[in-house]
Design a protein around this ligand. Structure first.
Ligand SMILES: [Fe+2]
Ligand SMILES: [Fe+2]
Length: 297
């Protein structure tokens, strides 16, 4: 067992209740019936309201020596959740051999897996190889793409990029290198925008690696905030009324925040989850589907 990865546990809620404020969904600490599995099988009452439970974690930074360390942890996702979300930095150095270890750790996971890559997964320049390794396993790797879980819930994902927040956001002025840096961020924003526009489900879950708001990087040294994300990513989240956002990367940031438009944002980097609860290996998040959502097409 990896020293920094404790055995799985029955989930203890971090939030007593979190209302998404988005149409078609409320997000809350949910039922405790983990025997039910799979989308559309969580019947929560006579009114026909159902829920989807998401397990989310990022920044597991798997090395080749970690083979076997995560397998039991991920196997517990099956009774716990309907879908597993991985928010990037799955590998330590971005090596294909490391991603093959990650795939091995996922071998007992029966629910759909949705993932974005993180900056560590780019380190060796093999990011497309790593993405293909995940896709060959059946993981839905989102690089400006969408994944529709069922008629109610869909996912949009991009890695995102850095650049800063608020008045501190880097602008495309001056040297070509500066402009190229900002263009990288804007390209990610554009991909996110396109994915959200394509997503027709009433519940739209967004997966990122970098933080889209300053609120979930608070706790990190302020001097590195610009390298942890950019709130350029928040505008499409609000405009397309995302239901909830998961990201990682800011290992010492804050677990929870929200966009200016009120979209809930969760930093599910593994070190954050460990800090909130030493036994936690992934965050469990319930999305309760309102009747309006269930009838939406
Ligand atoms: Fe990380
Ligand atoms: Fe990262």
């Amino acid at each position: 067992m990896n020293a920094h990865l404790m055995p799985p546990m029955l989930p203890k809620r971090i939030d007593p209740e979190v209302k998404s404020g988005r149409p078609g969904a409320s997000v809350q600490a949910g039922d405790d019936d983990r025997r039910l599995g799979g989308p559309d099988r969580r019947q929560l009452g006579a009114a026909g309201i159902r829920s989807v439970r998401i397990a989310a974690v990022g920044d597991i930074h798997c090395g080749v020596e970690d083979a076997g360390s995560y397998r039991d942890v991920f196997a517990h996702v099956n009774p716990d959740a309907d879908v597993l979300v991985l928010t990037g930095d799955l590998t330590r150095h971005g090596l294909a051999a490391e991603m093959r270890v990650v795939v091995g750790e996922l071998q007992d996971v029966k629910v759909p897996v949705v993932a974005v890559l993180g900056n560590h997964d780019y380190e060796a320049g093999e990011q497309e190889v790593l993405a293909e390794i995940l896709r060959a396993r059946g993981v839905h790797v989102l690089q400006g793409d969408t994944f529709v879980l069922n008629e109610h819930v869909g996912f949009a994902g991009v890695k995102g990029f850095m650049g800063g927040f608020g008045r501190g956001t880097l602008t495309a002025f001056g040297e070509p290198a500066t402009k190229a840096f900002v263009a990288s961020a804007l390209d990610e924003v554009r991909k996110l925008e396109t994915a959200l526009r394509e997503l027709a489900t009433p519940v739209r879950v967004v997966v990122l690696h970098y933080a889209p708001i300053a609120g979930t990087v608070i706790g990190e040294p302020e001097v590195i905030f610009p390298f942890l994300g950019t709130d350029r990513l928040a505008e499409p989240l609000d405009r397309f009324q995302a239901s909830v956002v998961f990201h990682g990367h800011a290992h010492s940031g804050s677990f929870r925040g929200e966009t200016p438009g009120g979209v809930p944002v969760f930093n599910v980097a593994l070190p954050i989850l460990r800090r909130e609860n030493a036994d936690r290996s992934y965050y469990l998040h319930d999305i309760t589907l309102e009747p309006a959502s269930l009838s939406a097409r």
